[in-house]
Write a protein that binds this ligand. Structure first.
Ligand SMILES: *Cc1c(COP(=O)(O)O)cnc(C)c1O
Length: 387
Protein backbone atom coordinates (compact mmCIF):
# COMPACT_ATOMS: atom_id res chain seq x y z
CA UNK A 1 0.00 0.00 0.00
CA UNK A 2 1.41 3.40 -0.88
CA UNK A 3 1.46 6.05 1.80
CA UNK A 4 -1.31 8.53 0.90
CA UNK A 5 0.57 11.26 2.77
CA UNK A 6 3.42 11.17 0.25
CA UNK A 7 7.05 11.77 1.17
CA UNK A 8 7.44 12.70 4.84
CA UNK A 9 10.71 14.44 4.07
CA UNK A 10 8.81 17.30 2.42
CA UNK A 11 6.60 18.00 5.44
CA UNK A 12 7.04 20.60 8.17
CA UNK A 13 7.82 19.89 11.82
CA UNK A 14 4.27 20.34 13.13
CA UNK A 15 2.87 18.10 10.39
CA UNK A 16 5.43 15.38 11.07
CA UNK A 17 4.65 15.49 14.79
CA UNK A 18 1.03 14.66 13.99
CA UNK A 19 1.46 12.23 11.10
CA UNK A 20 4.87 10.52 11.05
CA UNK A 21 4.36 6.89 12.09
CA UNK A 22 0.68 7.60 12.75
CA UNK A 23 -1.61 6.39 9.97
CA UNK A 24 -5.21 5.64 10.92
CA UNK A 25 -5.43 2.11 12.36
CA UNK A 26 -5.86 -0.34 9.47
CA UNK A 27 -8.44 -2.55 11.21
CA UNK A 28 -10.66 0.04 12.94
CA UNK A 29 -9.91 3.42 11.39
CA UNK A 30 -8.98 4.84 14.80
CA UNK A 31 -7.16 8.10 14.05
CA UNK A 32 -4.84 7.72 17.04
CA UNK A 33 -2.50 4.71 17.19
CA UNK A 34 -3.97 2.24 19.72
CA UNK A 35 -2.10 1.21 22.86
CA UNK A 36 -1.05 -2.31 21.87
CA UNK A 37 -0.80 -3.61 25.42
CA UNK A 38 0.48 -7.02 24.37
CA UNK A 39 3.61 -9.12 24.76
CA UNK A 40 3.31 -11.68 21.94
CA UNK A 41 1.72 -12.13 18.50
CA UNK A 42 -0.07 -15.11 16.85
CA UNK A 43 1.94 -16.70 14.09
CA UNK A 44 0.30 -18.19 10.96
CA UNK A 45 2.53 -21.25 10.93
CA UNK A 46 6.02 -21.20 12.44
CA UNK A 47 7.70 -17.90 11.56
CA UNK A 48 4.60 -16.63 9.75
CA UNK A 49 4.32 -13.16 11.25
CA UNK A 50 1.19 -11.21 10.20
CA UNK A 51 2.39 -7.71 10.85
CA UNK A 52 6.10 -8.30 11.38
CA UNK A 53 5.69 -8.45 15.17
CA UNK A 54 6.88 -11.39 17.23
CA UNK A 55 7.54 -10.29 20.83
CA UNK A 56 7.16 -6.81 22.31
CA UNK A 57 10.72 -6.45 23.62
CA UNK A 58 11.89 -6.67 20.00
CA UNK A 59 9.11 -4.46 18.66
CA UNK A 60 5.60 -3.30 19.54
CA UNK A 61 3.29 -1.37 17.18
CA UNK A 62 2.70 1.54 19.60
CA UNK A 63 6.43 1.86 20.17
CA UNK A 64 7.07 1.63 16.42
CA UNK A 65 4.67 4.54 15.85
CA UNK A 66 6.61 6.62 18.39
CA UNK A 67 9.99 5.56 16.98
CA UNK A 68 9.02 6.53 13.42
CA UNK A 69 7.83 9.91 14.67
CA UNK A 70 11.02 10.46 16.70
CA UNK A 71 13.22 9.67 13.68
CA UNK A 72 11.23 12.07 11.49
CA UNK A 73 11.34 14.93 14.03
CA UNK A 74 15.12 14.77 14.50
CA UNK A 75 15.83 14.05 10.83
CA UNK A 76 17.50 10.71 11.65
CA UNK A 77 17.54 7.39 9.82
CA UNK A 78 16.27 5.40 12.80
CA UNK A 79 15.03 6.03 16.34
CA UNK A 80 14.61 3.82 19.40
CA UNK A 81 12.42 4.44 22.43
CA UNK A 82 13.61 3.39 25.89
CA UNK A 83 12.26 3.08 29.41
CA UNK A 84 14.19 6.22 30.47
CA UNK A 85 16.78 8.66 29.21
CA UNK A 86 19.47 6.88 31.22
CA UNK A 87 18.46 3.50 29.76
CA UNK A 88 18.94 5.02 26.30
CA UNK A 89 22.36 6.38 27.31
CA UNK A 90 23.50 3.07 28.80
CA UNK A 91 22.41 1.14 25.71
CA UNK A 92 24.16 3.61 23.42
CA UNK A 93 27.43 3.55 25.35
CA UNK A 94 27.56 -0.22 25.63
CA UNK A 95 26.84 -0.51 21.91
CA UNK A 96 29.59 1.79 20.68
CA UNK A 97 32.20 1.28 23.44
CA UNK A 98 34.06 -1.72 24.83
CA UNK A 99 36.11 -1.83 28.05
CA UNK A 100 39.35 0.11 27.54
CA UNK A 101 37.75 2.81 25.40
CA UNK A 102 37.75 6.47 26.27
CA UNK A 103 34.95 9.04 26.07
CA UNK A 104 34.93 12.82 26.41
CA UNK A 105 32.07 14.01 28.61
CA UNK A 106 30.69 17.47 29.34
CA UNK A 107 32.15 19.46 32.24
CA UNK A 108 28.56 20.40 33.00
CA UNK A 109 25.99 17.67 32.51
CA UNK A 110 22.84 16.16 33.89
CA UNK A 111 23.84 14.62 37.25
CA UNK A 112 22.51 11.18 36.33
CA UNK A 113 24.56 11.14 33.13
CA UNK A 114 27.69 11.93 35.12
CA UNK A 115 26.81 9.19 37.63
CA UNK A 116 26.40 6.69 34.77
CA UNK A 117 29.89 7.53 33.50
CA UNK A 118 31.60 7.80 36.88
CA UNK A 119 29.91 4.99 38.86
CA UNK A 120 28.80 2.44 36.27
CA UNK A 121 30.74 2.69 33.01
CA UNK A 122 34.02 3.44 34.80
CA UNK A 123 33.74 0.08 36.59
CA UNK A 124 33.02 -1.55 33.23
CA UNK A 125 36.34 -0.12 31.98
CA UNK A 126 35.25 2.93 29.98
CA UNK A 127 37.33 5.95 30.97
CA UNK A 128 36.04 9.50 30.77
CA UNK A 129 37.53 12.99 30.65
CA UNK A 130 35.33 16.01 31.41
CA UNK A 131 35.83 18.87 28.96
CA UNK A 132 34.76 22.51 28.94
CA UNK A 133 32.05 23.72 26.60
CA UNK A 134 34.48 25.48 24.24
CA UNK A 135 35.89 23.69 21.21
CA UNK A 136 39.56 23.99 22.21
CA UNK A 137 38.81 22.29 25.49
CA UNK A 138 36.89 19.51 23.72
CA UNK A 139 39.75 18.99 21.27
CA UNK A 140 42.30 18.89 24.11
CA UNK A 141 40.32 16.16 25.91
CA UNK A 142 40.19 13.88 22.86
CA UNK A 143 42.73 11.05 22.70
CA UNK A 144 43.13 10.25 19.03
CA UNK A 145 42.62 6.56 18.27
CA UNK A 146 41.28 5.85 21.79
CA UNK A 147 38.33 8.19 22.17
CA UNK A 148 35.22 6.50 20.80
CA UNK A 149 32.64 9.09 21.79
CA UNK A 150 32.59 12.83 22.22
CA UNK A 151 29.48 13.44 24.31
CA UNK A 152 28.02 16.91 24.53
CA UNK A 153 24.93 18.34 26.11
CA UNK A 154 23.55 21.62 24.73
CA UNK A 155 22.10 23.59 26.37
CA UNK A 156 23.62 22.02 29.49
CA UNK A 157 21.86 21.10 32.69
CA UNK A 158 21.86 23.19 34.88
CA UNK A 159 24.26 25.95 33.73
CA UNK A 160 22.72 26.49 30.26
CA UNK A 161 26.09 26.41 28.51
CA UNK A 162 26.04 26.06 24.74
CA UNK A 163 28.28 23.83 22.64
CA UNK A 164 28.83 24.53 18.95
CA UNK A 165 27.51 21.24 17.54
CA UNK A 166 28.97 21.61 14.03
CA UNK A 167 32.44 22.38 15.42
CA UNK A 168 32.18 19.53 17.95
CA UNK A 169 31.27 17.14 15.11
CA UNK A 170 34.45 18.17 13.30
CA UNK A 171 36.57 17.52 16.42
CA UNK A 172 34.96 14.11 17.00
CA UNK A 173 35.16 12.98 13.40
CA UNK A 174 38.78 14.10 13.01
CA UNK A 175 39.62 11.76 15.89
CA UNK A 176 37.54 8.87 14.50
CA UNK A 177 34.98 9.25 17.30
CA UNK A 178 31.20 9.62 17.24
CA UNK A 179 29.52 12.85 18.27
CA UNK A 180 26.62 12.24 20.65
CA UNK A 181 24.38 15.20 21.53
CA UNK A 182 22.05 15.15 24.52
CA UNK A 183 19.41 17.52 23.12
CA UNK A 184 16.90 17.12 25.97
CA UNK A 185 16.77 20.82 26.92
CA UNK A 186 16.13 21.93 23.34
CA UNK A 187 13.93 19.13 21.99
CA UNK A 188 13.91 18.57 18.21
CA UNK A 189 11.72 21.63 17.76
CA UNK A 190 14.45 24.05 18.86
CA UNK A 191 17.53 22.28 17.53
CA UNK A 192 18.46 19.62 14.96
CA UNK A 193 21.88 18.18 15.89
CA UNK A 194 21.93 15.55 13.12
CA UNK A 195 21.76 18.25 10.44
CA UNK A 196 24.79 19.84 12.16
CA UNK A 197 26.83 16.61 12.06
CA UNK A 198 25.87 14.64 15.18
CA UNK A 199 25.89 10.84 14.85
CA UNK A 200 23.41 10.16 17.63
CA UNK A 201 20.91 12.38 19.43
CA UNK A 202 19.89 11.46 22.98
CA UNK A 203 16.66 12.62 24.59
CA UNK A 204 15.09 12.18 27.95
CA UNK A 205 11.52 12.11 26.58
CA UNK A 206 10.45 12.48 30.21
CA UNK A 207 11.01 16.20 29.71
CA UNK A 208 9.73 18.38 26.84
CA UNK A 209 8.77 15.56 24.48
CA UNK A 210 6.39 13.89 26.93
CA UNK A 211 5.77 17.39 28.24
CA UNK A 212 3.18 16.69 30.94
CA UNK A 213 5.22 15.28 33.85
CA UNK A 214 3.39 11.96 33.57
CA UNK A 215 5.88 9.60 31.92
CA UNK A 216 9.55 8.58 32.14
CA UNK A 217 11.19 7.70 28.83
CA UNK A 218 14.23 8.08 26.63
CA UNK A 219 15.19 8.02 22.98
CA UNK A 220 18.14 7.57 20.67
CA UNK A 221 18.03 8.90 17.14
CA UNK A 222 20.77 7.65 14.81
CA UNK A 223 21.95 9.64 11.81
CA UNK A 224 22.60 6.53 9.70
CA UNK A 225 20.73 3.29 9.09
CA UNK A 226 23.87 1.25 9.85
CA UNK A 227 24.38 2.76 13.33
CA UNK A 228 20.62 2.65 13.91
CA UNK A 229 20.56 -1.09 13.29
CA UNK A 230 23.45 -1.71 15.70
CA UNK A 231 21.62 0.30 18.36
CA UNK A 232 18.36 -1.50 17.66
CA UNK A 233 20.11 -4.86 18.04
CA UNK A 234 21.36 -3.78 21.47
CA UNK A 235 18.00 -2.27 22.42
CA UNK A 236 16.53 -5.73 22.02
CA UNK A 237 19.54 -7.56 23.48
CA UNK A 238 19.67 -5.33 26.59
CA UNK A 239 15.91 -4.93 26.89
CA UNK A 240 15.36 -1.48 28.42
CA UNK A 241 12.49 -0.70 26.05
CA UNK A 242 9.62 1.76 26.44
CA UNK A 243 6.32 0.06 27.26
CA UNK A 244 3.23 0.54 25.05
CA UNK A 245 1.40 2.98 27.33
CA UNK A 246 4.52 5.06 27.97
CA UNK A 247 5.18 5.13 24.20
CA UNK A 248 1.61 6.31 23.64
CA UNK A 249 1.97 9.10 26.21
CA UNK A 250 5.18 10.40 24.60
CA UNK A 251 3.60 10.23 21.14
CA UNK A 252 0.64 12.20 22.48
CA UNK A 253 3.02 14.79 23.91
CA UNK A 254 4.84 15.20 20.59
CA UNK A 255 1.66 16.41 18.88
CA UNK A 256 1.83 19.71 20.79
CA UNK A 257 5.62 19.97 21.15
CA UNK A 258 5.94 22.90 18.74
CA UNK A 259 3.12 24.84 20.40
CA UNK A 260 4.46 24.20 23.86
CA UNK A 261 8.07 25.10 23.01
CA UNK A 262 6.92 28.45 21.60
CA UNK A 263 5.03 29.25 24.81
CA UNK A 264 7.83 27.94 27.05
CA UNK A 265 10.23 30.25 25.18
CA UNK A 266 7.85 33.25 25.38
CA UNK A 267 7.39 32.82 29.13
CA UNK A 268 11.09 32.16 29.78
CA UNK A 269 11.99 35.41 28.00
CA UNK A 270 9.64 37.32 30.30
CA UNK A 271 11.05 35.60 33.38
CA UNK A 272 14.59 36.45 32.23
CA UNK A 273 13.59 40.11 31.81
CA UNK A 274 12.39 40.16 35.39
CA UNK A 275 15.47 38.41 36.78
CA UNK A 276 18.17 40.44 35.01
CA UNK A 277 17.02 43.65 36.63
CA UNK A 278 16.25 42.16 40.07
CA UNK A 279 18.52 43.28 42.93
CA UNK A 280 18.39 39.83 44.62
CA UNK A 281 19.76 38.15 41.50
CA UNK A 282 23.48 38.06 40.84
CA UNK A 283 23.59 36.40 37.42
CA UNK A 284 21.07 34.99 34.95
CA UNK A 285 22.04 32.02 32.79
CA UNK A 286 20.00 31.89 29.58
CA UNK A 287 21.32 31.34 26.04
CA UNK A 288 18.92 33.97 24.70
CA UNK A 289 20.72 36.74 26.62
CA UNK A 290 23.16 38.72 24.45
CA UNK A 291 25.56 38.58 27.43
CA UNK A 292 25.63 34.74 27.34
CA UNK A 293 29.19 33.74 26.32
CA UNK A 294 27.93 31.70 23.37
CA UNK A 295 24.76 33.57 22.50
CA UNK A 296 25.89 33.81 18.86
CA UNK A 297 26.25 30.00 18.60
CA UNK A 298 22.88 29.47 20.25
CA UNK A 299 21.26 31.95 17.88
CA UNK A 300 22.79 30.08 14.94
CA UNK A 301 21.89 26.53 15.94
CA UNK A 302 18.62 26.98 17.85
CA UNK A 303 15.24 28.20 16.62
CA UNK A 304 14.53 29.86 20.00
CA UNK A 305 16.14 29.51 23.44
CA UNK A 306 13.69 27.32 25.33
CA UNK A 307 12.07 27.25 28.74
CA UNK A 308 15.00 26.54 31.05
CA UNK A 309 16.45 29.43 33.05
CA UNK A 310 19.03 29.29 35.83
CA UNK A 311 20.13 32.12 38.08
CA UNK A 312 22.50 32.77 40.95
CA UNK A 313 21.15 34.71 43.89
CA UNK A 314 22.90 37.23 46.06
CA UNK A 315 23.11 35.81 49.56
CA UNK A 316 24.43 32.32 48.81
CA UNK A 317 23.00 28.86 49.32
CA UNK A 318 20.68 29.87 52.13
CA UNK A 319 18.98 32.49 49.99
CA UNK A 320 18.75 30.09 47.02
CA UNK A 321 16.99 27.51 49.19
CA UNK A 322 14.69 30.19 50.58
CA UNK A 323 13.62 31.28 47.07
CA UNK A 324 12.92 27.65 46.10
CA UNK A 325 10.79 27.13 49.19
CA UNK A 326 8.89 30.42 48.95
CA UNK A 327 7.73 29.96 45.35
CA UNK A 328 4.17 28.63 45.04
CA UNK A 329 3.19 28.48 41.37
CA UNK A 330 6.69 27.28 40.60
CA UNK A 331 6.44 23.88 42.23
CA UNK A 332 9.51 22.73 44.15
CA UNK A 333 10.40 19.54 42.30
CA UNK A 334 13.07 17.81 40.24
CA UNK A 335 12.66 17.22 36.52
CA UNK A 336 11.69 19.77 33.86
CA UNK A 337 9.96 20.29 30.55
CA UNK A 338 6.37 19.81 31.68
CA UNK A 339 3.56 22.29 31.12
CA UNK A 340 3.69 23.37 34.78
CA UNK A 341 6.51 25.53 36.10
CA UNK A 342 9.05 23.95 38.43
CA UNK A 343 11.82 25.35 40.63
CA UNK A 344 14.73 23.52 42.20
CA UNK A 345 18.11 23.81 43.88
CA UNK A 346 20.51 21.76 41.70
CA UNK A 347 23.31 21.44 44.29
CA UNK A 348 20.98 19.71 46.77
CA UNK A 349 18.57 18.07 44.31
CA UNK A 350 19.20 17.07 40.66
CA UNK A 351 22.97 17.44 40.83
CA UNK A 352 23.69 16.13 44.30
CA UNK A 353 25.44 13.13 42.69
CA UNK A 354 28.02 15.55 41.26
CA UNK A 355 28.96 16.99 44.70
CA UNK A 356 32.72 16.88 45.26
CA UNK A 357 33.37 16.06 41.57
CA UNK A 358 34.61 18.27 38.74
CA UNK A 359 30.93 18.65 37.81
CA UNK A 360 29.85 20.16 41.13
CA UNK A 361 27.44 23.08 40.64
CA UNK A 362 27.40 26.36 42.62
CA UNK A 363 25.15 26.24 45.69
CA UNK A 364 23.67 29.71 45.10
CA UNK A 365 22.13 28.45 41.84
CA UNK A 366 18.38 28.12 41.29
CA UNK A 367 17.00 26.33 38.22
CA UNK A 368 13.61 27.08 36.70
CA UNK A 369 11.63 25.05 34.23
CA UNK A 370 9.31 27.77 32.99
CA UNK A 371 5.90 26.33 32.15
CA UNK A 372 3.03 27.52 29.98
CA UNK A 373 0.94 29.27 32.67
CA UNK A 374 -0.16 32.91 32.29
CA UNK A 375 3.13 34.83 32.24
CA UNK A 376 2.01 37.55 34.67
CA UNK A 377 1.16 34.95 37.31
CA UNK A 378 4.62 33.44 37.01
CA UNK A 379 6.28 36.84 37.30
CA UNK A 380 4.24 37.71 40.39
CA UNK A 381 5.15 34.40 42.03
CA UNK A 382 8.86 34.86 41.37
CA UNK A 383 8.86 38.47 42.55
CA UNK A 384 7.26 37.38 45.80
CA UNK A 385 9.68 34.46 46.27
CA UNK A 386 12.65 36.79 45.70
CA UNK A 387 11.40 39.56 47.98
C1 LIG B 1 16.52 13.98 32.80
C2 LIG B 1 17.71 14.02 31.90
C3 LIG B 1 18.36 12.84 31.51
C4 LIG B 1 17.98 11.47 32.04
O1 LIG B 1 16.72 11.08 31.63
P1 LIG B 1 15.73 10.14 32.52
O2 LIG B 1 14.55 10.04 31.64
O3 LIG B 1 15.50 10.84 33.82
O4 LIG B 1 16.45 8.84 32.71
C5 LIG B 1 19.42 12.95 30.64
N1 LIG B 1 19.84 14.15 30.17
C6 LIG B 1 19.24 15.30 30.53
C7 LIG B 1 19.75 16.60 29.98
C8 LIG B 1 18.17 15.27 31.41
O5 LIG B 1 17.59 16.43 31.78
Amino acid sequence: MTDPRGDLADLGFETLALHAGQEADASTGAVVPPIHQVSTYKQDGVGGLRGGYEYSRSANPTRTALEECLAALDGGAKAMAFASGLAAEDTLLRTVCVPGDHVVIPGDAYGGTYRLFSQVLARWGVEHTPAGDDIDSLAAAVQSGRTKVVWVETPTNPLLSIVDVAAAAQVAHDAGALLVVDSTFASPYLQQPIALGADVVVHSTTKYMGGHSDVVGGALVAATQELGERLQYHQNAMGAVAGPFDSWLVLRGLKTLALRMERHSDNAEKVVDLLVSHPAVDQVLYPGLPTHPRHDVAARQMRRFGGMVSFRVTGGAEQALRVCERARLFTLAESLGGVESLIEHPARMTHQSAAGSPLEVPDDLVRLSVGVETADDLLADLSRALS
